[in-house]
Design a protein around this ligand. Structure first.
Ligand code: ASP
Length: 599
């Protein structure tokens, strides 16, 4: 239908006849001359209609925003002085000779010819309109570049794209499953995959050696800020490799992609043990653009009378840290109050601090409501340990380690952003040496990664002291976001059974849930491992988008529904009957009926 895309014509096409198709982005009537900005996915071109061509002039008078039209005309240079430098096609225009309306359009729910901040619900309800906006077009186009780049890279490295089932059994990745009832097997359900984890391991056992898939994963998680119930992973697995090989392949992949698509040099990714990340930054995905650090000071506060400090300092599960904020003395009372409220979200009961006015004056030079609770030179020792200087502020966190890590870890990132302390644009790293297990709170243990991750010690050692065992897992972190994570897997049936046992999964349950994996491990499983990247997050970071919903064509809302299709929806009772499902609806309040009288 068309000879060119609107956005692709320029002065080299001068005097040529072109046919363009697209949406009317804007229409302006300039006393006898009509200008249409015509938009397609490549950009916008200006078409001029003058009354010398009466037929198409009157057609142009009828079009409105977002009508779909086909225009034929001659490209000419815009008259001197009317060029538009902000437009790729701003040096030329098309003198319209014919105009055909291909489709009419109702008034758009929000204007598309200028950027207006529209509520997200409206944008999602009319997503097909929202996606017409250049910002969304650019993001999805970029996403497509990312996936084709990654495919090309992995293909070249000998990875093979294999699809794994969507209707399957549960894969334990720590979330609830989305279930699909089976019509042919009464009372039975498929689970949508939380990841292709078990299948990719089976593919290694089948000898495929290097696998990848751009895989949809489904996790029914509780509402948390930036999650989607269905999301996309770049899922990778390889055989006869160790962690260094897989980390080096995928690091090269991400580094070359940043170089080729964004002209960004990420450099070599440093590696940091989990324990160090938690100790210094309170997080297993530290944002290394920010240099603020937590410093342990429990040893200095064990015997102070102030329970807020001495309690956690003496509690094996407690933690007391100090964090120096250079020039933090400039923070206002109100700012400190706001940060106190902020750490409260993470369960911190307060936010103690010391302002360093003048160190030369010793204790006198410190300003704080808590110094009086620190006998002798404790306060000064703390100040020295964190390296604080005149004009600085030192924040404290004292509570259960989990709360301190989360609260002060989050405060660190917030201060970094609020006070513009980001020292670099990009800060990648690998976090390694994760523990195998963590406590569940009810005395049990759960896998930090997933139950198929290999420990870095022997079977006997894991069994003897599971809580100290480290795993062969690794996470790639960029700017405080986990981009991807994976591990070397268990390829020995005995080890797998032992780990499942430590997780409190009985032999019977293990057989029922992963019997097929345990059996496959007995038929010759190669050493293998891999990882998965979150594609949505990766594209979000690369495009600077504010949420993953901005880089997904048709995302769900935060309450896991689709505004556009109104899914999930109710279904026909007949369908439910076929599935042998009866809904337990809340009984409507009925008046009590007397069995004898019927009244
Ligand atoms: N299946 C894991 C996940 O979804 C990734 C991996 O271990 O490869 O997080």
């Amino acid at each position: 239908m068309r000879s060119h895309y609107c956005g692709s014509i320029n002065e080299t096409h001068t005097d040529q006849e072109v046919t363009l198709c697209g949406w009317v982005h804007r229409r302006r009537d300039h006393g006898g001359v009509i200008f249409l900005d015509l938009r397609d996915r490549e950009g916008v071109a200006q078409i001029v209609f003058d009354p010398d061509t009466p037929e198409c002039f009157s057609a142009a008078e009828k079009v409105r925003s977002e009508f779909v039209v086909k225009v034929t005309g001659r490209v000419r240079l815009r008259p001197a002085g009317t060029e538009n430098k902000d437009m790729a096609t701003g040096k030329i225009e098309v003198l319209g000779k014919s105009l055909e309306i291909l489709a009419r359009a109702k008034t758009p729910p929000f204007p598309l010819d200028e950027y207006v901040d529209v509520g997200e619900d409206t944008r999602l309800r009319y997503r097909y309109m929202d996606l017409r906006r250049p910002e969304m077009q650019n993001r999805l186009r970029f996403r497509s570049k990312v996936t084709s780049y990654l495919r090309r890279f992995l293909d070249e490295q000998g990875f093979m794209d294999v699809e794994t089932p969507i209707l399957t059994r549960a894969t334990p990745e720590g979330a609830r499953d989305y279930l699909v009832p089976s019509r042919t097997h009464e009372g039975c359900f498929f689970a949508l995959p939380q990841s292709p984890q078990l299948f990719k391991q089976l593919l290694m056992m089948s000898g495929f050696d290097r696998y990848y898939q751009i895989a949809k994963c489904f996790r029914d998680e509780d509402l948390r800020a930036d999650r989607q119930p269905e999301f996309t992973q770049i899922d990778i697995e390889a055989s006869f490799i160790d962690e260094n090989t897989i980390m080096s392949i995928t690091e090269t992949m991400i580094r070359s992609m940043f170089r080729d698509l964004l002209s960004v040099d990420l450099g070599e990714f440093p590696r940091m043990p989990f324990s160090e990340a938690m100790r210094r930054f309170g997080s297993d995905k530290p944002d290394m653009r920010i240099s603020l650090e937590m410093v342990d000071v429990a040893d200095l506060l064990k015997s102070v009378e102030f329970k807020v400090f001495s309690g956690p300092a003496n509690d094996p599960k407690g933690r007391v840290v100090a964090m120096r904020l250079p020039k933090g003395g400039e923070l206002s009372r109100k700012q400190i109050d706001d940060y106190t409220k902020f750490v409260g979200i993470y369960g911190a009961k307060g936010l103690a601090y010391i302002k360093v006015n003048e160190l030369a004056k010793g204790i006198e030079g410190l300003q704080s409501p808590i110094v009086k609770f620190m006998p002798g030179n404790i306060a000064l020792e703390i100040i020295e340990r964190v390296g604080a200087q005149d004009g600085d502020l030192v924040f404290f966190g004292a509570d259960k380690a989990k709360i301190v890590n989360e609260a002060i870890g989050a405060l660190r990132v917030k201060l970094g952003h609020d006070l513009k302390l980001l020292e670099r644009e990009w800060a990648p790293l690998w976090v390694v040496d994760f523990p195998m297990f963590e406590e569940t709170g009810d005395g049990g243990l759960t896998a930090i990664h997933h139950p198929f991750t290999a420990p870095s010690c022997s079977l006997e050692t894991v069994e003897k002291d599971p809580e100290s065992a480290l795993s062969r897992a690794y996470d790639m972190v960029l700017n405080g976001t986990e981009l991807g994570g994976g591990s070397i897997r268990i390829h020995d049936a005995d080890m797998q059974e032992a780990v499942l046992k430590i997780l409190g999964i009985t032999e019977e349950q293990a057989k029922e849930k992963f019997g097929f994996l345990l059996e496959a491990l007995k038929f010759g499983a190669p050493p293998h491992g891999g990882l998965a990247f979150g594609l949505d997050r990766l594209v979000m970071l690369m495009t600077g988008a504010s949420s993953i919903r901005e880089v997904i064509a048709f995302p769900k809302t935060q309450s896991a529904m689709c505004m556009l299709t109104e899914a999930p929806g109710t279904v026909d009772p007949k369908q439910l009957r076929e599935l042998n499902i009866r809904l337990r609806v809340k009984e409507e309040a009925k008046p009590a009926v007397d069995a004898n009288t019927g009244n």
